[in-house]
Design a protein around this ligand. Structure first.
Ligand code: THU
Length: 138
């Protein structure tokens, strides 16, 4: 398993690919599976703003499209013209996607400012009463 720092470095690298000509807010993410694979993503904006895809979802959809479903944690970095100056928590839509594929009690979201300065939060604390696949089974 990788160290948090490695995951954050990969997220910082992925952020460089951000396509964000409208907000100029660049986000990068690196998703790790329990098998030790990594899927990175950046935000991809669109002139029709609602078609924008966040970095986290880019990483998730890439992984799922390759048949991966066992996710351990994700590192996220984001920031505007001044660079990465503070933590970038996932938006509600991204939390909903995490809710679909992850165990809320163990899935970790690493909110990073740098490889040295970061916070590890559980999905259950970011989305305490989310709607998920479990509801449809009852
Ligand atoms: N964004 C992400 O990629 N992830 C987040 O967690 C928050 C927001 C993107 C979407 C949009 O391209 C830009 O940041 C500004 O909202």
């Amino acid at each position: 398993m990788a160290e948090e720092q490695q995951l954050i470095r990969m997220a910082i690298e992925a952020r460089k690919k951000s396509y964000s000509p409208y907000s100029h807010f660049k986000v990068g993410a690196c998703l790790e599976t329990w098998g030790g694979k990594f899927y990175t993503g950046c935000n991809i904006e669109n002139a029709g703003y609602t078609a924008t895809n966040c970095a986290e979802r880019t990483a998730f959809f890439q992984a799922v499209s390759e048949g991966e479903y066992n996710f351990r944690r994700i590192a996220i970095v984001g920031g505007g013209e001044k660079g990465i100056t503070e933590a970038c928590p996932p938006c509600g839509v991204c939390l909903q996607v995490m809710m679909e594929f992850c165990d809320r009690d163990v899935f970790q979201v690493i909110l990073a400012k740098s490889p040295e300065e970061y916070e590890v939060v559980l999905l259950k604390d970011l989305l305490p009463r989310g709607f998920g696949p479990g509801q449809l089974k009852r």
